[in-house]
Design a protein around this ligand. Structure first.
Ligand code: FAD
Length: 385
């Protein structure tokens, strides 16, 4: 029976990227995937336009127990490297002022280019890997149908969010089997369910500032019927959210000073109306519900308390839940980077076993950082396996 040089489990962005660099080294490569098509997450990413990289790629945009783990990989496979690869494949792209790069046509075009790079590998679809054993330097990869053999294995099985696309926790299980530590998994880049805002405010979208762990994040928040979402909340959930966070609904002004100025100059104006100059009407009404008098009729301390209510909404740990693995774009947690070489992606516990992409305890911020990580770490694994 054929012994491959490398078998890659998972034909997502990381697995295909690993296959490409392994094939450049003229290795005999097989890619095994449980789904009926490669890179299903990438195909729908970025609303179908795949936000594939970001000029701001740096370890500060990655989260996990050791974000510095990414440094060697992203220094070698930079955003410019990825952009050059896109250009080389004749793909059109769009650059946003935020530094984000999207496919100008369709994410499926990036998938086609990745598949083309991996065309000389045996791609085995609809085949779920059930177990891996190592015996005398050969890996035995068991699927329901057959046993494959290889000298190296790359685990590129991704995360377990968005199960509708077909996901599995096999990567974590096999890592554990070979002695690796697993950092607990939770949804990330997702909405939050909370009762802090009543459901009749659903649909309101506004630019806010989130304060989490001494970091300020400014972006849009959407109030939903079950809680809050939008980019600022997605980004918050990638961070260490366990202790909660604070929301400032009017980050661009000193609210107390602004209200006091009205009190001094236009005291006959209704407080609720004043708030609606800066906030959506429904939100202004909710914030000022028992405060419908003219602004001059309020004591400074009352205005101060209202300012706090607007600028310092506390979402403490008992007030929210992450909403949920079904809809989260990625997960936090995964195979601990402690026992993986950052230079090669090889296990420090089992030679010939490699891990790449989202299966590792590396989570990127919203904005193209996750696909960049999958592509870049895949290349490194394929260069070294
Ligand atoms: C809706 C959505 C939108 C997103 N948009 C963006 C975006 O615009 N930009 C960005 O940077 N990130 C985005 N992401 C995140 C990004 O898509 C992922 O982080 C990235 O694709 C992960 O790549 P991967 O190769 O590590 O894993 P995956 O792409 O998940 O691939 C893993 C593969 O392993 C296979 N597999 C698992 N277990 C087994 C097994 N036992 N046997 C055989 N095969 C197995 C799976 O079938 C799958 O094909 C988005 C995610 C979602 C869900």
């Amino acid at each position: 029976m054929k012994i491959y040089d490398i078998i890659i489990i998972g034909a997502g962005a990381a697995g295909l990227s690993a296959a490409a660099t392994a094939l450049i080294r003229e290795k005999a490569v097989a890619l095994i995937d449980m789904g009926n098509a490669p890179a299903r997450k990438l195909s729908i990413s970025g609303g179908g336009k795949c936000n594939f990289t970001n000029l701001a790629v740096s370890s500060s945009k990655y989260f996990g127990n050791n974000p510095n783990f990414v440094n060697g990989v992203i220094n070698k496979i930079s955003p410019q490297y990825f952009i050059n690869w896109i250009e080389k494949h004749g793909l059109e792209f769009e650059k946003k002022s935020s530094g984000q790069y999207f496919c100008a046509t369709n994410a499926k075009d990036i998938v086609s280019a990745m598949k083309n790079d991996a065309r000389n590998a045996d791609i085995i679809l609809n085949s779920t890997v059930l177990d891996i054993e190592k015996n005398a330097d050969i890996f035995y990869i068991k699927t329901k149908e057959k046993i494959f053999m290889s000298k190296s294995v790359i685990i590129a099985t991704g995360g377990i969010s968005y199960p509708a696309l077909g996901v599995s926790d096999f990567g974590y299980k096999i890592a554990k089997k070979f002695g690796h530590k697993i950092i607990p998994i939770r949804p990330a880049l997702c909405a939050i369910s909370t009762k802090v805002f009543p459901s009749n405010l659903a649909g309101i979208s506004l630019k806010v500032e989130i304060n989490i762990e001494n970091e300020k994040i400014n972006d849009f928040m959407l109030i939903t019927h079950f809680g809050i979402g939008g980019p600022v909340i997605y980004r918050t959930t990638a961070r260490n959210i366990e202790k909660g966070f604070k929301i400032n609904l009017l980050p661009d002004i000193n609210i107390f000073e602004w209200l006091k100025n009205f009190k001094n100059t236009e005291g006959k104006k209704n407080l609720g109306n004043i708030l609606s100059y800066k906030l959506p009407k429904r939100l202004a009404k909710w914030l000022s519900k028992d405060m419908q008098k003219n602004i001059a009729d309020y004591k400074d301390i009352e205005l101060k308390n209202l300012s706090k209510k607007i600028s310092n909404i506390e979402i403490s740990k008992d007030k929210f839940n992450l909403y949920n693995l079904q809809s989260a774009e990625v997960v936090r947690g995964g195979v601990s980077t402690e026992q993986i070489s950052p230079k090669t992606m090889e296990s420090k516990l089992c030679s010939g076993l490699f891990f790449t992409g989202e299966v590792l305890d590396i989570t990127g911020d919203l904005g193209g950082f996750n696909i960049h990580w999958a592509f870049a770490s895949g290349r490194i694994a394929g260069e070294n396996a």
